[in-house]
Design a protein around this ligand. Structure first.
Ligand code: S3P
Length: 450
């Protein structure tokens, strides 16, 4: 579990050029889904390249609690003997999903149409996040839920004994909500239809098809219409997890702002539902190239090469791109500090309900480090100071949010004075090797305050 008692401050200070190869860990979204879908097959699913961060390890534990046999074979290789669609057993204890919104929401969906009851909890961050966005559509299947005020965890879900299929228009751009409904639809008879006005990451759809479910996607005036035929027999198989573009974002952005840097980040998925940050950086004038472009496991993949880019300009990020880079706005805001002019980010109110309110967390920390930030309910803007002019020198609150902690560590690498976070421990939820990987490239990231 990622809940931790003792905060671990972390500090990052200016460094020489970052150079070398950054082998970032497996994709967090795909890692969760491989364990959950593996648990819903009969037979053995093998996984290589699984992200062994706290979030995913919590999901592995949860799948065991629901009756799957999940084994760590070492070196990122895992085996899951699933129990089949509708075969989940009732867990004996409370399911603790730690810091992971993806974990808890997808698992709620996966168990919601089985005749079992489960209680979910998490750390202080997760227990503050909205769950009604998932329990509302699950109720349409016949699932009941009781949680704390405002639909917060801890929460008990009573799975529908006689689920009915659902047609649901997702009201917020959320792959977690879409995926929860699709996973619930697996054990409902007939066709479950999910409609999203804006495309969000489509790993669940791709993986369901790969595991043998009957699933179609149509593009209509309403948006993406996803139709899943319930009660399939999912085929156990091998999943090779690609490296995470959201983790790649950190060494890439660091290389763009640290003078003289030249970093290669190999094997990164460039699925268009995930690659918005890289498009944005290139529009800002970043020296970021895609090398060795190829297709792996049906996904576009490339080696990213990022070099120091002293002449980046602030831009207006198109709101339609938000879903494809939703986790990358914090680190984009750091790059924006080193660009000339304003970077405007609109249509991003979802940032306020992530592991932290990410607009608030970044705005406070950037201002403390001498950068001007303006914000509204669903937008924020960073006024860039240009290369070599960002003061730094402050300690920022990471608010139990891994991406906030790592973003401020990237800021410290190119600011004039060191930057600290009060707690770097959350980094292990998604990027357990962040510190050694950045150190190996030449960064100065150390445990402790300034
Ligand atoms: C994720 C979806 C996104 C993202 C999260 C992972 C997923 O959340 O922020 O880190 O794996 O489905 P939302 O669905 O809430 O936008």
């Amino acid at each position: 579990m990622s809940s931790h008692a003792t905060p671990i401050p972390m500090t990052s200070s200016a460094c020489g050029p970052l150079t070398g190869v950054a082998q970032v860990p497996g994709d967090k979204s795909i890692s969760h889904r491989s364990l959950i879908l593996g648990a819903m097959c009969v037979g053995e699913t093998t996984i290589s390249g699984l992200l062994e961060g706290d979030d995913v390890l919590d999901t592995a534990r949860a799948m065991r609690a629901f009756g799957a046999e999940v084994t760590d074979l070492g070196g990122g290789n895992w085996s899951v003997y699933g129990v089949g669609v509708g075969g989940f057993a009732e867990p004996e204890g409370v399911i603790d999903c730690g810091n992971s919104g993806t974990g808890v929401r997808l698992i709620m969906g996966a168990m919601a149409t089985s005749p079992i009851t489960a209680t979910f909890t998490g750390d202080a961050s997760l227990n503050g996040r909205p769950m009604a966005r998932v329990t509302d559509p699950l109720a349409l299947f016949g699932t009941q839920s009781v949680g704390r005020k405002g639909g917060r965890l801890p929460m008990t879900i009573v799975g529908a004994a006689d689920p009915v299929p659902v047609r649901y228009v997702v009201p917020v751009p959320s792959a977690q909500v879409k995926s929860a409904v699709l996973l619930a639809g697996l054990n409902a008879p007939g066709q479950t239809v999910v409609i999203e006005a804006e495309a969000t990451r489509d790993h669940t759809e791709r993986m369901l098809a790969g595991f043998g479910a009957e699933i179609t996607v149509e593009h209509t005036d309403e948006g993406r219409v996803i139709t899943l035929t319930g009660q399939p027999e999912l085929r156990a198989q091998h999943v090779d997890v690609p490296r995470d573009p959201s983790s790649a974002a950190f060494p890439v952005c660091a290389a763009l702002i640290v003078p003289g840097s030249d970093v290669l980040v190999p094997g990164i998925g460039l699925n268009p539902t995930r690659a918005g940050l890289f498009t944005t950086l290139r529009e800002m004038g970043a020296d970021l190239t895609y090398e060795n472009e190829r297709t792996e496991g049906g996904e576009p993949v490339a080696d990213l090469r990022a070099r120091f880019s002293p002449d980046m300009k602030g831009i207006e990020v198109p709101p339609a791109r938000a879903a494809s880079m939703i986790d990358e706005y914090p680190v984009l805001s750091v790059v924006a500090c080193f660009a000339q002019g304003q970077t405007m980010m609109r249509g991003v109110k979802e940032l306020r309900v992530k592991e932290s309110d990410r607009i608030d967390a970044m705005a406070k920390g950037l201002r403390a480090n001498g950068v001007e930030v303006d914000e509204g309910p669903d937008w924020w803007a960073v006024t860039g100071l240009g290369h070599g002019k960002v003061p730094g020198g402050a300690t920022c609150a990471s608010q139990l949010d891994h991406r906030i902690a790592m973003s401020f560590m990237i800021l410290g690498m190119a600011a004039k004075a060191p930057v600290s976070v009060d707690d770097g421990a959350p980094v292990t939820t998604s990027f357990p090797i962040f510190e050694p990987l950045m150190a190996q490239l030449g960064a100065n990231v150390t445990k402790g305050a300034v």
